[in-house]
Design a protein around this ligand. Structure first.
Ligand code: ADE
Length: 407
């Protein structure tokens, strides 16, 4: 890789170029770094590189003619041209990875007061290292270049980069070194047990705990890791799973906060990957198990009236639903999963392993889960008559369509 840095303060890069990791990468021939003084491309006896804004305003702007000349003179048409400035897209590890695959990068360290708007027509990208203002783009260029260079093959030891923060989208787990006991604080026993699998399992959960506490924004609503799944804003899921206990195969709760629920991930595949016969028998036995479940003390009421109230429907939709609702008298209530799909049913060679995603579960009309899964069954070639005959009962199509509208 070749990195050219265009700057008004070339001396700002002296100590960067002597960082051990950077020097090592340069010495090994992984990267060539050239720092170019933009001022060398300024014309006239004053060599003006900046000027005051048209229309007034504070400070001086970097001139477009000087930048264009510096870009053409230093890099020609080679390389991805990146302006460092606070208006750019935020730099992150994903972007560092993407840039580490480029052959040539041209970094333009912007002027502290800004650049002439027309500079933007000569660049490929604008990148900011954070929502704050620096006096110039030099330190931003250093941050970007260092993050990119250490990702080049051979720049640092493979193992140390693979487990770092952000590499799998979350923060790295907490780490410890000698002494094992200091000031009453002990290193967790499992880390000294020598049991590799237990350590990996432990570290993953600790990394998830740190991320939910420190950077919850890194965890989208549902995330699956090697041993755990994390659910954000998990609705009724914790209360329902706790209440069900081992009466149905639910995932085990490993840890939770108010906003995040961490469940044990089971080694299994979704029912959608099974054959028609297995799908039909598994779905019908799950539905029967839900219907015969003792609902005493059920912690969530998910009846139609509640589901409608959280929809905030426009008036016209309410009017359209009214005639259908008159048919639903809420007296046939069962434990309903609420999101019953083939992906939320996990199986292995021995049969059912777990039913996942209980966020919307609770006491509700018997047709709710049937309506949820019918379309998917039809997609895999199982008709509703086949399902109904397995279940030993029929369903009113009007009630089913209402459940489809208000899942
Ligand atoms: N120049 C000034 N502020 C900056 C920032 N936040 N990121 C990149 N370049 C900058």
């Amino acid at each position: 890789m070749r990195i050219r840095i265009l700057s008004l303060l070339p001396q700002a890069f002296d100590s960067f170029l002597s960082y051990p990791v950077i020097r090592h990468a340069v010495d090994k021939g992984l990267v060539e770094i050239e720092v170019i003084d933009i001022r060398d491309y300024a014309d006239g006896c004053w060599r003006a590189i900046d000027d005051s804004p048209y229309g007034g305003g504070a400070g001086l702007l970097l001139r477009v003619d000087v930048v264009k000349k510096a870009l053409d003179g230093a890099a020609g048409d080679k390389g991805r041209r990146i302006l460092l400035g606070p208006k750019g897209r935020l730099f992150d590890q994903k972007l560092a990875h993407a840039l580490s695959h480029e052959k040539e990068l041209v970094l333009i360290a912007g002027h502290y007061e800004g650049v002439d708007e027309r500079v933007r027509s000569y660049i490929d990208d604008e990148v900011s290292i954070g929502d704050y203002i620096l006096t110039g783009g030099e330190s931003a260029a250093i941050v970007l270049a260092e993050a990119v260079i250490r990702l080049l093959d051979g720049a640092i030891k493979e193992a140390s980069s693979a487990s770092e923060s952000f590499e799998d989208g979350i923060l790295e787990e907490p780490q410890y070194t000698h002494p094992a006991l200091f000031d009453g604080k002990r290193v967790p026993d499992v880390l000294m047990s020598g049991n590799k699998a237990a350590i990996t399992h432990f570290n993953e959960l600790e990394a998830i705990k740190d991320t939910t506490a420190l950077r919850p924004d890194l965890i989208p609503s549902d995330r699956s890791f090697r041993f755990h799944t994390v659910h954000r804003d998990y609705g009724n899921e914790k209360d329902i799973i706790t209440w069900i206990g081992d009466r149905l195969p639910c995932p085990r709760i490993v840890w939770h906060t108010e906003d995040h629920l961490v469940l044990e991930k089971r080694n299994a595949r979704p029912l959608s990957s099974a054959g028609q016969k297995t799908i039909l028998s598994t779905v019908s036995s799950i539905l029967k198990a839900l219907w015969s479940f003792d609902t005493t003390g059920c912690p969530a009421d998910m009846r139609l009236a509640y589901r409608l109230s959280r929809l905030s429907l426009p008036w016209a939709r309410w009017q359209a639903l009214r005639p259908l609702m008159d048919d639903v008298h809420g007296d046939d209530l069962v434990l309903s999963h609420g999101r019953l799909t083939l992906e939320h049913i996990l199986v292995n060679g021995n049969g059912l392993v777990a039913i996942t995603d209980w966020q919307d579960a609770g006491l509700a009309e018997r047709e709710r889960d049937v309506a949820n899964i019918l379309d998917q069954l039809e997609e895999v070639g199982i008709s509703k008559d086949e399902l109904f005959s397995r279940l030993g009962r029929d369903f009113d199509p009007r009630r089913l369509s209402l459940m489809r509208l208000v899942p």
